[in-house]
Design a protein around this ligand. Structure first.
Ligand SMILES: NC(=O)C1=CN([C@@H]2O[C@H](COP(=O)(O)OP(=O)(O)OC[C@H]3O[C@@H](n4cnc5c(N)ncnc54)[C@H](O)[C@@H]3O)[C@@H](O)[C@H]2O)C=CC1
Ligand SMILES: O=C(O)[C@H]1O[C@H](OP(=O)(O)OP(=O)(O)OC[C@H]2O[C@@H](n3ccc(=O)[nH]c3=O)[C@H](O)[C@@H]2O)[C@H](O)[C@@H](O)[C@@H]1O
Length: 442
């Protein structure tokens, strides 16, 4: 099938690449000429495991193209995916300006039947706005061309995006047009063949499903983070509690890891947008409001532990920070807890020596020139001259480090672990002072 993807970021690029891998003829469009230039040169603007290879083989096969040429891109695909950003507006609601601009581009240039598919995360009612925008542009041209609008939210995780797209747990399709549903079924058949995972529903339910999924996952994390605070006080280990409850299939094992707070481009903004949408409808979402508040507090928990150990005034101290990205296997710094941690430490007078295996470039861009923050070449270098090691992101290479080296290099053998990577018993036996999240067991 002929497919156009508008927006070539995390979602658009992965969607375009994976659809082309199944034989579709895909054009990826972006307004960012730098990004398209990189892609045309065979470079991937983001770090996403496995993506480079999928892009390379499909570009070579002539099934995947990148362009800034709006009319040509719109005329190419019968299926027009919109995968542009929906950042939070000042009041927390989703800013739809990019989605509507993309819809207008389609209306301005389409000449035959199109299925306009919204893959961006958008609030209930957006499909109607997209439909109106396309129709207005057609009317302005005096054209009457048939089209349908479909909601097809994306559930991929950064760091596992290709795998998630290729083997989806489910594909949600919101539609009110039979022909569009048939085309969507055909497009996703290769991804869902052995597991009938395509869920067709009305547009509003599909749009809502995306927010509900992210809100539920964020809730699990904040729930565990709060219990971790209590576990410390009462002398329990949240890691053991996690296993204890996760083995109940009604609860399940995933997204129960207490940590330094959730970040990324989606949980924070989607929880805010859902709370805001409820307010607009005269309802207070009490649970989700608390989920967000708990997460804001959680991002400061690591610094609270530093203060408890080293005092309020951190002047003259230096801390080694391992991990800057909001999660492992990505270079994405959006809403990363490391931001809050670095800024708080520096505000209290400390210096920070930071290392991330992949996100250093993005981190430099996002922090700018922040006095007190130094980026170092490797994880060992961060330890030199530092009073303690702080673990912020659970990259694999941090999981089994050389503890003897850590002990010998730090000024004091203190590890404050925001991801609970190590065994407190082992740390004690090595003579390392170890503080995790919710690890109160004695
Ligand atoms: N990042 C993720 O893991 C996931 C994101 N989402 C949702 O997908 C949407 C996109 O997110 P990301 O891919 O992370 O954003 P992104 O910021 O990485 O990419 C968006 C791209 O759209 C381009 N763009 C903006 N306006 C355009 C226009 N009018 N025409 C063509 N291109 C345009 C931008 O230049 C940018 O390259 C958001 O709604 C997000 O909530 C959903 C699931 C996962
Ligand atoms: O809408 C989106 O953009 C995506 O948002 C999340 O994906 P993502 O943000 O890429 O990453 P996650 O793996 O969900 O992690 C989000 C944050 O939660 C934190 N987290 C995750 C799991 C956990 O148990 N504990 C925890 O603190 C991570 O460290 C990270 O900061 C969802 O998992 C995807 O299904 C969704 O498509």
């Amino acid at each position: 099938m002929k497919v156009t993807v508008i927006g070539s970021g995390y979602v658009g690029l992965v969607t375009g690449a994976c659809l082309s891998d199944m034989g579709n003829d895909v054009v990826c469009l972006d307004v960012d000429a730098r990004k398209i230039g990189l892609l045309q040169d065979g470079k991937i603007p983001i770090y996403e495991p496995g993506l480079q290879e999928v892009v390379r083989r499909n570009v070579e096969a002539g099934r995947l193209h990148f362009t800034t040429d709006v009319p040509a891109a719109v005329q190419h695909g019968t299926l027009q995916f919109i995968g542009v950003g929906t950042p939070p507006d000042e009041d927390g609601s989703a800013d739809l300006q990019y989605v509507i601009a993309a819809a207008r581009s389609i209306g301005r240039h389409m000449t035959d039947y199109k299925v306009v598919i919204d893959k961006s995360t958008v609030p209930v009612g957006t499909a109607a706005k997209v439909k109106a925008a396309v129709a207005e542009e057609l009317a302005a041209r005096g054209q009457s061309v048939d089209f349908a609008v479909v909601s097809n939210p994306e559930f991929l995780k950064e760091g596992a995006a290709v795998e998630d797209f290729m083997r989806p747990d489910r594909v949600v399709v919101g539609a009110d047009d039979e022909r569009a549903v048939l085309l969507m079924r055909a497009l996703y058949a290769p991804f869902t063949r052995n597991r009938d995972r395509l869920l067709v529903m009305d547009l509003a339910s599909a749009e809502f499903t995306k927010y509900a999924a992210n809100a539920m996952l964020a809730t699990r994390i904040s729930f565990m983070n709060e219990l971790a605070l209590l576990a410390e006080r009462v002398g329990a280990d949240i890691e053991l509690v996690r296993r204890g409850i996760g083995s109940d299939p009604r609860i399940g094992t995933q997204f129960l890891y207490a940590g330094a707070g959730y970040g990324g481009s989606c949980f924070p903004k989607d929880v805010k947008a859902l709370v805001r949408a409820a307010q607009d409808n005269g309802i207070t979402l009490q649970v989700l409001t608390a989920v967000e508040e708990a997460n804001e507090r959680q991002k400061k928990v690591l610094v609270d532990k530093v203060v408890r150990r080293f005092g309020e005034d951190l002047t003259g101290r230096q801390f080694a920070l391992w991990g800057l990205a909001f999660k492992p296997d990505t270079d994405d710094m959006r809403e990363a807890p490391s931001r809050v941690i670095v800024e708080e430490l520096i505000r209290r007078g400390a210096d920070v020596a930071a290392f991330d295996p992949v996100a250093m470039h993005e981190a430099r861009r996002s922090f700018g020139d922040l006095p007190g923050l130094r980026f170092v070449a490797d994880q060992a270098a961060a330890l030199q001259g530092s009073d303690a090691l702080l673990i912020v992101t659970e990259w694999r290479q941090f999981k089994s480090p050389d503890f003897e080296q850590i002990k010998a290099t730090l000024r004091q053998p203190v590890i404050i672990d925001g991801r609970n990577l190590y065994d407190p018993g082992l740390m004690a036996s090595l003579g390392i002072e170890y503080v995790g999240i919710g690890r109160g067991a004695r």
